[in-house]
Design a protein around this ligand. Structure first.
Ligand SMILES: Nc1ncnc2c1ncn2[C@@H]1O[C@H](COP(=O)(O)OP(=O)(O)OP(=O)(O)O)[C@@H](O)[C@H]1O
Ligand SMILES: [Mg+2]
Length: 239
């Protein structure tokens, strides 16, 4: 599954090259989100194409989580529009990794991953177990599967949350700061795994991060937020 993971030409931010015109899966027009008196997002305009990898950056409170929640369809804008033309469940499944992870703390890491099993997504339970074992191996967590989540450190919990989401085979992955508890090597490794899913399976990735090192390595698209506005949309090399 991950044979090419160590080939540096295949990883870190190369959005998939394609001769086909991009298909937009999310279109946002003049969207604002207000919570009481707080303008969390202001007049956002953007499109996200199928297979894109997009990093959402910005200071604390800039609106990253709110943008991700809106793009995932979890909140609707107070004004303006956020459209998902492929939102029918059978065409377009959004996998989410939340900032607060939402794992079952009393269950083991393994039991949390097993929740992701859906017989409609896998030819057999064996195929699911194989994917699970490979993800655990490449992310270096195989030997800690019997730990209860409440006894796992933050880095392990983040990896379990992301593996659980990947096992649901999402078309779009919306991940809110999934590397905040990881050191830079582990953050890079995680991004390599996600890049693999992007390149081999066409998974669109929308990833909020404070991780400047990761963004520096990335040659694709950055959305930078400030005070709820998208103040930059383009390649990392220009910021
Ligand atoms: N449910 C809510 N109710 C009220 N205010 C909210 C809510 N969610 C977000 N806000 C406010 O909206 C603004 C943007 O918040 P958001 O969580 O999107 O920022 P962020 O960039 O994700 O920050 P962080 O880096 O700390 O996670 C902040 O002022 C926040 O306090
Ligand atoms: Mg946030």
């Amino acid at each position: 599954m991950f044979q090419n993971l160590n080939n540096q030409n295949n990883i870190l931010g190369s959005n998939r090259a394609s001769s086909l015109p991009p298909v937009n899966i999310i279109t946002v027009q003049d969207a604002s989100v207000k919570f009481d008196q707080v303008h969390a997002l202001r007049n956002v305009e953007l499109t996200i194409a199928k297979g894109e990898v997009v990093f959402v950056t910005g200071a604390s409170g800039a609106g990253k989580t709110t943008l991700l929640r809106m793009l995932a369809g979890d909140i609707t804008p107070t004004s303006g529009r956020c459209q998902h033309p492929f939102k029918r469940v059978e065409d377009f499944f959004v996998g989410r990794v939340f900032q607060d992870l939402r794992l079952m703390s009393e269950l083991t890491c393994e039991a949390n991953l097993n929740i992701a099993y859906d017989p409609e997504l896998y030819d057999s339970r064996k195929a699911f177990e194989k994917d699970k074992a490979e993800l655990c191996r490449v992310l270096g967590v195989s030997d800690r599967m019997s730990l209860k989540v409440k006894d796992a450190n933050g880095g392990l919990q983040q990896k379990i949350a992301i593996i659980r989401t990947l096992l649901t085979k999402p078309d779009v992955l919306v991940a809110d700061e999934p590397t905040s508890a990881l050191d830079s090597e582990n953050g890079k490794r995680l991004f390599e795994v996600l890049s693999y899913y992007n390149m081999k399976r066409g998974m669109t990735i929308i990833w909020a991060t404070h991780d400047k090192e990761l963004v520096k390595r990335f040659s694709g698209r950055i959305l930078h937020l400030d005070g709820g506005r998208v103040v930059y949309s383009g390649h990392a090399c220009f910021i």
